[in-house]
Design a protein around this ligand. Structure first.
Ligand code: 5GP
Length: 191
């Protein structure tokens, strides 16, 4: 069995981690994205099934839990399940790439425990909770309820920063991209 490394990016929703992860995947051909399964609704204009997520019904998701298909799964938001599929990791490693995760904070800590020294857990941090709120509102993808749920959760998630291997402060995107690229390169080089 072939094994690569694992890069786990986690952060409160709205911190820009998905933008950073997408950048890394475009920039570095040695990285492959672990597409999660999710039961939430697809954001119609921007997301594709099998690219951003495998969008599943709750029944399909439960079946995968029963069949032990997940490394970790969680009800990230009430009624919405998200999970990392074992098959994704093997597929990416078999193709000779390192795997990149975009998950919530709890999921990230599970994955770090699972992969140990093979993984680098990166906490993407926003300068302040006000900026985070603004970013979420500007994104205009959330209902008022979903927005307040995400903000509540974000405040809680901020307290887990010290459990990560490294913090990436996301203030100016070009700098954040450069920092993320360097983190990946250095960790790939490491024996
Ligand atoms: P969104 O609905 O904004 O795409 O994602 C909501 C949160 O769930 C984000 O923090 C995202 O990173 C996280 N997430 C996505 N996939 C997974 C997964 O497989 N496991 C866990 N634990 N969280 C995930």
């Amino acid at each position: 069995m072939r094994e690569g490394k694992a890069f786990i990016f986690a952060a409160p929703s709205g911190s820009g981690k998905t933008t950073i992860v997408k950048h890394l995947l475009e920039q570095n051909p040695k990285l492959g994205f672990s597409i999660s399964a999710s039961t939430r609704d697809r954001r119609g204009r921007t997301e594709e099934n099998g690219k951003d997520y495998y969008f599943l019904s709750k029944e399909e998701f439960k079946q995968k839990i029963d069949e032990d298909d997940f490394i970790e799964w969680e009800e990230v938001y009430e009624g919405n399940f998200y999970g990392t599929l074992k098959s994704e990791i093997q597929k990416i490693w078999d193709s000779g790439k390192h795997v990149v995760f975009d998950v919530d904070v709890k999921g990230a800590l599970h994955l770090k425990q699972y992969f140990g020294d093979k993984a680098l857990a990166v906490f993407v941090k926003v300068p302040s909770i006000e900026i985070l709120k603004k970013r979420l509102m500007d994104r205009d993808t959330e209902s008022p309820e979903s927005l307040s749920r995400r903000i509540y959760k974000a405040e809680f998630e901020m307290s887990f920063e010290d459990k990560f291997d490294v913090t990436l402060l996301n203030e100016h995107l070009p700098e954040s991209f450069a920092k993320a690229e360097k983190l990946v390169e250095d960790f790939v080089e490491k024996a």
